[in-house]
Write a protein that binds this ligand. Sequence first.
Ligand code: AP5
Length: 187
Amino acid sequence: MRIVLLGAPGSGKGTQTDSIIQRYGISTVATGDLLRAEVSAGTELGQRAKPFMDAGDLVPFDIVLGMIENGLRALAQINPKGFMMDGFPRDLSQAEALDKLLTKLKQPLDRVLFFEVDYEEIVKRLLGRGRADDNEATIRNRLRVFEEKTAPLIDYYAQKGLLRKVKGTGTVDEIGARIRAALDEIA
Ligand code: AP5
């Protein structure tokens, strides 16, 4: 199973990750986690990425693409059951690069889940979480960036027949049940 989780910052993608990967035996690639690991390790890549992350802007394409290519090639060897991507793609150029890479690896996507949550609920959730980029100004910018750059991917994947919308409010278990309903049919 090869899937993408699409949703605004704070829509609950990371929260649902463990139950999805355990249920279907797939691996996860989360660009935000990979980038934060680079920042904490103080690598050159992390130092380049940090100012963009602090502002809530997208990190330049070349940094993210290299990480994704390495991650997906490694996963193709390690876990034949598939993968779930969280935080990538985030704009049209990333989506097109992902299509190209997955065609090359002969591993096309099976499904894209879009988590629907309204923005005021998201601001409340993220202010309550307190990660380094969870201050109000950065959250609002991340939502602007989502609206402008990432939201067009909803139509992009709908046109390919891959998109399923999942209502992202309610309890974590309720949302988990909706996700299972959208994924069990391709498991
Ligand atoms: P990234 O790490 O991807 O963060 P994000 O997009 O801001 O997403 P979050 O992790 O905040 O949200 P989530 O949907 O996972 O929600 P979560 O489950 O944590 O990216 C960070 C930065 O890295 C970007 O701004 C960018 O700079 C850079 N970056 C990453 N990928 C990139 C790319 N591809 N290209 C370029 N740059 C890139 O939940 C949030 C909170 O809500 C938690 O506190 C949780 O407990 C709570 N919550 C979850 N579910 C519920 C619920 N049902 N009810 C109530 N509360 C809930």
